[in-house]
Design a protein. Structure first.
Length: 143
């Protein structure tokens, strides 16, 4: 249905139960799609092996500086959005890389934290758009 956006993740059992799928607005839909793009490894989508974000190909080389990682993340996310999220224009991606000490059951662990901010304009209504999130790498995890 044109103009109607469904919340992710999709609960397909609702269709079998003949219930309506939860919906969201345009801004939430774009934000959910950006999150999906960022967390999808190239090749993971069997119908479109190019779908996803190239940043996982680098696997965050431990020799890379925070500035190099920042540039890789920004470029990879920007390219994925330009290719797959046509509802967003004038896209600007910024990333900030830091190290955080996390308490784990096996002790403390230091991981790289990547904060991502995406700003742009929604093509449909020219409204400003903002998305921000963060994740930890090596291995990937979300808080």
């Amino acid at each position: 249905m044109k103009g109607q956006y469904y919340q992710l993740p999709l609960d397909l059992s609702r269709i079998l139960q003949k219930k309506d799928m939860p919906v969201c607005n345009l801004e939430e839909s774009v934000g959910q799609h950006i999150h999906l793009l960022i967390t999808t490894v190239l090749g993971e989508n069997k119908d479109d092996p190019d779908y996803g974000c190239q940043l996982w190909d680098t696997d965050f080389d431990i020799k890379a500086t925070n500035n190099e990682i920042k540039e890789q993340v920004e470029n990879a996310i920007r390219l994925a959005i330009i290719k797959y999220e046509k509802r967003l224009v004038q896209t600007r991606v910024t990333a900030f890389v830091s190290q955080e000490e996390l308490a784990m059951m096996s002790g403390k662990k230091i991981k790289k934290k990547i904060k991502v901010s995406v700003n742009g304009t929604l093509a449909k209504n020219n409204n400003p758009f903002h998305y921000s999130s963060y994740f930890f790498v090596s291995p990937l995890s979300f808080d």
